[in-house]
Design a protein around this ligand. Structure first.
Ligand code: 5GP
Length: 130
């Protein structure tokens, strides 16, 4: 799981990975970075990205199997650490017709923390803004 230096990554997430623009970190290791979405659609909304530059899920290859598995395995742990103990939603938008805006693979993780008013309220079937 070699991380790219992202010098060839023209996206806003490439700029984040190069440390060129600020972000609110959720988690980082040698292979991945997670940070809060700048325009959250829920109380908690963060993005998990590989450090390797993979534009879309459709560009991932069998070589990326371990990396993709690691990312999905991390999601429940990070979600729990962010207080999403009652459940959460994950989305990977892929390509133009899949609603992808930033062409560096990312997993959206979002939801809300249990509270007095919302403890038993699930997210809407599908977030209309996504
Ligand atoms: P997509 O539509 O590509 O699946 O989602 C891209 C996400 O990246 C959007 O939810 C958007 O709010 C988020 N985003 C775009 N630019 C930035 C940025 O500069 N910083 C952060 N933290 N999130 C961003």
């Amino acid at each position: 799981m070699n991380a790219s230096d992202n010098s060839d990554n023209p996206t806003i997430f490439g700029r984040i990975l190069r440390g060129e623009i600020p972000y609110k970190k959720v988690y980082e290791d040698a292979d991945v970075l997670a940070f809060h979405d700048i325009n959250p659609v829920a109380e908690v909304h963060f993005l998990l990205i590989p450090k390797k530059f993979i534009p879309t899920l459709a560009d991932a290859t069998m070589e990326d199997t371990a990396l993709l598995g690691k990312m999905l395995s991390l999601v429940p742990r990070l979600a729990k650490e962010q207080g999403l103990i009652g459940g959460f939603r994950t989305i990977i938008n892929t390509g133009k017709l899949g609603g992808q805006e930033v062409y560096h693979l990312h997993v959206h993780v979002f939801g809300r923390r249990p509270g007095v008013d919302s403890a038993n309220t699930a997210l809407a079937p599908f977030a209309s803004s996504m």
